[in-house]
Write a protein that binds this ligand. Structure first.
Ligand SMILES: Cc1cc2nc3c(=O)[nH]c(=O)nc-3n(C[C@H](O)[C@H](O)[C@H](O)COP(=O)(O)O)c2cc1C
Length: 76
């Protein structure tokens, strides 16, 4: 079961798989990809209508992403 972006990254970087897919993680957090990108220090592409939620435009993003990181650490 893949929960955190660090798990997913390790599987791909370690050559165990060419890609990973999640189901329930996205049901729980539809912005899993954005939060994962932030946790891994990567940039995610936001559609225009969502750009105001990017960290540089909305200070609350830091709190939302921190909560996601905490949840992943609890599940690790
Ligand atoms: C709502 C939902 C729909 C799914 N639909 C399919 C499907 O159509 N075909 C399939 O092969 N797996 C389907 N799955 C299984 C997922 O692809 C995945 O194998 C499984 O949920 C385990 O991954 P997870 O731990 O990320 O949820 C579905 C899972 C969920 C939660």
């Amino acid at each position: 079961m893949i929960v955190s972006p660090h798990q997913a990254e390790a599987i791909v970087a370690g050559g165990q798989a060419d890609f990973v897919a999640l189901a329930r993680g996205f049901l729980d957090d539809p912005r899993w990809g954005w939060h994962a990108a932030a946790a891994l220090g990567a940039d995610a592409v936001y559609p225009p209508q969502y750009r105001r939620a990017r960290p540089e435009h909305w200070p609350g993003a830091a709190l939302a992403h921190a909560r996601a990181r905490e949840a992943w650490q609890e599940g690790a």
